[in-house]
Write a protein that binds this ligand. Structure first.
Ligand code: NAD
Length: 385
């Protein structure tokens, strides 16, 4: 099949969906690769490197899409990109169907087989295809570096002739993939780290990184089926609020990563908590794209409140584009090789990975959860009309 890789059109997107070193497996399996000129420039890969790895370079999106059997992309396609996809073509990218289910109908109408990276089930067999994890880990790393850079203090303890510097105190709220990497990064820099997550399993993971788990008895489990987080009750939120307030007040850097799949992120750091922090402290709100964990945080901005900086970076994986593109490309190639055999796509909907990640096929939405969301969306619009 001919695999096409367009240049990402979002201005803040530096990543590319395929890197030259990940092309070998595709070429060995008799697939060919076409790349839009400059597609890798934001992540440090030149057209020449792609050419040497066996790709054909196309000058424009139109030249690329007209020959594409399969499209590897990072971000969800825009209307104009959807229109250029050929009937029967396969698209693999982050589709964000849970946030914008409407895209599924457009892709089905275009006759595209759309595969959503974010819907690959988080099972051991699919770990090498888990793009949410590879990108979240890089984001957690970067978020902690942003916090370290902003506090105007050392992270490690230092004993010097001019006196002793006490280590920075860091609090990480939400210890999923991003949170754990943020903790590991702060520990490597020598900070004292505390963390909290509503999932009981997180305690051991936090402690294995040399951080202290803040024990909060929520009075209920924060875990849904499959080990994922669920939305907790108002009462449990109050308990969490009272206890994290004390930890936040003593922290120099707070990094928040708390999210609940398919839901708006919970607001965990409230105005009174920010007011209780020392001047010069920093909060990095990693959940801002899901609605934000911190009162007053603004996407893509640094807001100062009583001397406390609230930083809410967007698209952190893009800031690590050289490595995140490499990891994403491996996830994409592995997922594609799982779905294609003998040079063609062979979808077995009895397979958990296929059923979980394929959203549209043969002109229809085939993914049950997306179908429900699209249906709810349409009903809501009708009721509003
Ligand atoms: P996420 O980005 O959806 O959420 C981040 C964290 O926020 C989660 O750990 C969640 O428990 C936490 N959270 C939610 N509400 C909170 C609250 N009120 N207070 C504090 N913390 C709160 O999660 P993620 O990082 O994408 O994934 C986390 C889960 O997925 C874990 O169970 C992880 O073990 C699992 N996972 C499994 C695999 C695998 O088996 N292949 C791979 C990756 C992740």
């Amino acid at each position: 099949m001919r695999i096409a890789v367009p240049r990402e059109i979002d201005a803040d997107e530096q990543r590319v969906a395929l890197v030259p070193s990940e092309m070998t497996k595709l070429v060995k399996s008799a697939h060919s690769v076409i790349i839009e000129a400059g597609a890798g420039s934001g992540s440090g890969y030149t057209d020449e490197e792609y050419r040497q790895a066996g790709a054909d370079i196309r000058r424009s999106p139109a030249e690329l899409y007209k020959d594409a059997d399969v499209v590897f992309k990072v971000r969800p396609p825009k209307e104009d990109e959807i229109r250029q996809l050929r009937k029967g073509a396969v698209l693999i990218c982050f589709l964000e169907v849970l946030r914008e289910p409407g895209i599924a109908q457009k892709l089905a109408d275009q006759g595209v087989t759309a595969v959503a990276l974010e819907m690959v089930p988080r099972i051991s067999r699919a770990q090498s295809m888990d793009a949410l994890s590879s990108q979240a880990s890089a984001a957690g790393y970067k978020a902690m570096l942003i916090g370290a850079e902003a506090i105007r203090k050392y992270f490690p303890m230092l004993t010097t002739a001019a006196g002793t510097i006490r280590p920075a105190r860091v609090f990480v709220l939400g210890a999923g993939v991003a949170g754990l990497q943020a903790i590991a990064t702060a520990r490597r820099l020598g900070a004292l780290v505390e963390a909290f997550d509503i999932r009981a399993a997180a305690k051991g993971e936090v402690e294995s990184l040399g951080a202290k788990f803040v024990d909060i008895d929520l009075g209920e489990s924060g875990e849904a089926e499959g080990g994922y987080a669920k939305e907790i009750s108002e009462k449990a939120k109050e308990r969490e609020h009272a206890l994290i307030k004390e930890v936040i007040a003593r922290s120099d850097v707070v990094v928040t990563t708390a999210a609940v799949p398919g839901k708006k992120a919970p607001v965990l750091v409230t105005e009174d908590m920010v007011a209780a922090m020392k001047t010069g402290s920093v909060i990095v709100d990693m959940a801002v794209e899901q609605g934000g964990n911190v009162a007053g945080s603004q996407a893509g901005k640094k807001v100062m409140v009583n001397g406390v900086a609230i930083i809410a970076p967007v698209n952190l994986p893009s800031q690590m584009a050289i490595h995140t593109s490499q990891l994403l490309a491996r996830n994409l190639v592995t997922l594609f090789m799982h779905l294609a055999h003998d040079g063609k796509l062979e979808l077995d909907f009895k397979d958990e990975i296929t059923a979980g990640a394929v959203i549209t096929h043969g002109g229809e939405i085939v993914h049950e959860r997306t179908k429900e969301l699209v249906h709810d969306d349409k009903t809501e619009r009708k009721n509003h009309a």
